[in-house]
Ligand binder design. Sequence first.
Ligand code: ZN
Length: 345
Amino acid sequence: MSTDPRLERYGRQMRAAGIGEAGQRRLLGSRALIVGLGALGTHAADALARAGVGSLDLVDRDVVEPGNLQRQVLYTEADAAAGVPKAIAAAARLHACNSEIAVAAHVAECSGPFLRGLPRRPDLVLDGTDNFATRYLLNDWCAEQRVPWIYAGAVGSEGAAMVVLPGGPCLRCLWPEPPPGAEVGNCETAGILAPAIAAVTAFQVAEALRLLSGSPAPPTRGVFTCDVWTGHYAVLQLASGPAPDCPVCRRERFPALSAPPTDAVTLCGRDAVQVDLALAHPLDLARLAERLGGAVTGMQQTGHLLRFEADGVRFSVFPGGRALLFGVRDPLRARALYDRWIGRS
Ligand SMILES: [Zn+2]
């Protein structure tokens, strides 16, 4: 038994996993960045917080909605009714589960500038995203920063996950370019079974704890794949080194970090578009609320955002000017509605 009362709550974990007191102290001293707080991200964040990973940075651009509650384990009906940003709701819940760790919420788009502006480099990055554009950005940034990251994805009853270490093989070694959006099934078209999420995040979290606790056992090499409906679980072996033509692993070129930002993107499988324009001046929500006045309906302002409805579309506008538009799929129409109701000056 440990003599340190801080470690008492982790006693079973220290014994069962061979983490020991030294490993637990390393967990408490480590920092993980979790990108995306949907089903994957909330499962992983919950597990890492309870396991005592000492500092968690959570980043997500979205707000909680009723349709999330089926599988996104950190949120409540009250969060959905109030449209609380996911990063804020998740951080509050994790603090209630483990007040001894530090949790920072970032309500933001995970972009190159966002990652480069992080005050501290994480020891590990966990992929909880729902799109390949962000995964390739994480792949390239982690390679540049020499930080390990763990890819994870799940659709329908299937899932996949892979540890990517500095030096590769990386995601681009397997697939040089992100697959076109139309070719990738998503939770909307293929549905999602909660146990597929649980299986993939079980792999992801176990690998994370092994890496962060300094275990002598090396990370699993290869791609974990599962189909929880057919009962198929496997680790596909990879070549021992990076692909001969991988720009990231072989030539230290990071294409996703130099790609121009996109200002309007449709959110995965949803009737929603994010508009994030480079505004000349940061938007003042109080002044916007005053200007909109009686022209819109259902206006609500909280410390985190301003919500209202106009032209049959629900707007959630964040300080600074980023906005989510619900009830629209076409980025061009979303940009036009943004200009009409929010404006750029
Ligand atoms: Zn590579």
